[in-house]
Design a protein around this ligand. Structure first.
Ligand code: GAR
Length: 186
């Protein structure tokens, strides 16, 4: 079994999907950077230990990430899955987990990076958008793409319907990709 830590900032639906769909890995803990993240409620319901690490309590990103690293070490974490973690990952975590930090983004990268990708794609009236899973590097929503799935934006489609469809795809592709990476299929 491969030990995985999930990082989240908000709702946590991808965190929950990763927990529920785990076969070759186990989600050992959740790290949150927002005290009110709904992901915490999910962690309680799923019986997964969670840790709110407050960036404001640390002088530097290095100190903040070192505090997180201590927790990850205690669970012998091998992979980190960023599930709506809205913060740039710095050198401390990157160096500790080279090529082992997986992120998910709700667009076909490199199109529409950033915090509101679904809305951006919708407002730009593209016909095709989707979901990307990638191994992070220093940039924002850049890195090695390991999986993508396209979604057609149909004529007169509501934003809410697109959001639902994207999230449905996310919940499957994230866990599938992690399994493929662990199983050596990618
Ligand atoms: C997901 O749609 C994820 O792709 C996105 O945040 C959402 C989190 O939802 N991430 C990014 O935009 C990263 N740039 P969730 O909290 O329900 O998993």
């Amino acid at each position: 079994m491969v030990n995985v830590a999930v990082f989240a900032s908000g709702n946590g639906s991808n965190f929950e999907a990763l927990v529920r769909r785990a076969k070759l890995y186990e989600v050992r803990c959740l790290i949150v950077d927002q005290e009110n993240a709904y992901a915490i409620t999910r962690a309680k319901n799923l019986n997964i230990p969670y840790y709110f690490i407050d960036r404001d309590q640390y002088q530097s990103r290095k100190d903040y990430e070192s505090a997180i690293l201590k927790i990850l070490d205690s669970y012998q974490i091998e992979w980190i899955a960023l599930a709506g973690y809205m913060r740039i990952v710095g050198q401390t975590l990157m160096k500790a987990y080279p090529n082992h930090i997986l992120n998910i983004h709700p667009s076909l990268l490199p199109l529409f990076p950033g915090k509101q990708a679904i809305l951006d794609a919708y407002e730009n009236q593209v016909k095709l958008t989707g979901v990307t899973v990638f191994i992070i590097d220093e940039g924002i929503d850049t890195g090695k793409i390991v999986a993508q799935e396209a979604i057609t934006i149909k004529e007169n489609m509501k934003l809410e319907d697109l959001e639902n469809q994207i999230h449905q795809v996310e919940h499957e592709i994230f866990s599938n990709t992690l399994h493929d990476l662990i199983g050596g299929k990618i």
